[in-house]
Design a protein around this ligand. Structure first.
Ligand code: HEC
Length: 130
């Protein structure tokens, strides 16, 4: 028991140190992006099960996430463009899920996935310039 609490304390202090080293903005981006991944996975799940309620749920989650602006770069028109395209794709999925259009949601899922990849590609290309 004592060893366990020591281990817990050690783990906690390691994660505290890590959390301190990373800038706050980064942590937010990571949390947000992990939620996006969860939503995208959930959407694929719902598609496989043809569960429209679930599709709507995860599509709305993606839409909400696409609107979260804590980490957006207002000074970069390119980044804003990718953000907007992602928002449009997410809105399309919600629309198609509400209409119970299985093909539409599938296309929307592909569109959203493309937007994830496009924006990441852009972000990486910017990072390599510095
Ligand atoms: C408008 C831009 C944009 C869109 C769209 C976008 N991302 Fe990201 N994503 C980012 C940025 C910026 C980062 C942080 C990159 C870095 O580490 O510097 C990131 C990082 C990530 C990471 C890594 C997080 C970590 O723990 O390091 C994941 C996972 C991720 N995104 C998932 C997604 C998924 C899934 C989607 C689509 C449903 C998506 N993203 C759409 C900009 C975007």
């Amino acid at each position: 028991m004592k060893l366990l609490s020591l281990l817990t304390a050690a783990t906690l202090s390691v994660s505290a140190a890590k959390a301190q080293a990373a800038p706050t903005v980064d942590t937010n981006v990571k949390a947000l992006m992990r939620d996006k991944l969860t939503a995208a996975h959930g959407l694929l799940d719902a598609l496989a099960l043809e569960d429209y309620k679930k599709m709507e749920h995860f599509a709305s989650m993606l839409q909400d996430l696409s609107k979260a602006t804590t980490w957006s770069k207002p000074d970069s028109p390119d980044f804003q463009f990718y953000s907007k395209s992602f928002q449009n794709a997410a809105a399309y999925v919600v629309e198609q899920a509400k209409a119970h259009n299985l093909e539409g949601v599938t296309v929307g899922y592909v569109r959203v996935s493309l937007e994830c990849v496009q924006c990441h590609k852009f972000v990486r290309s910017q990072a390599s310039k510095h």
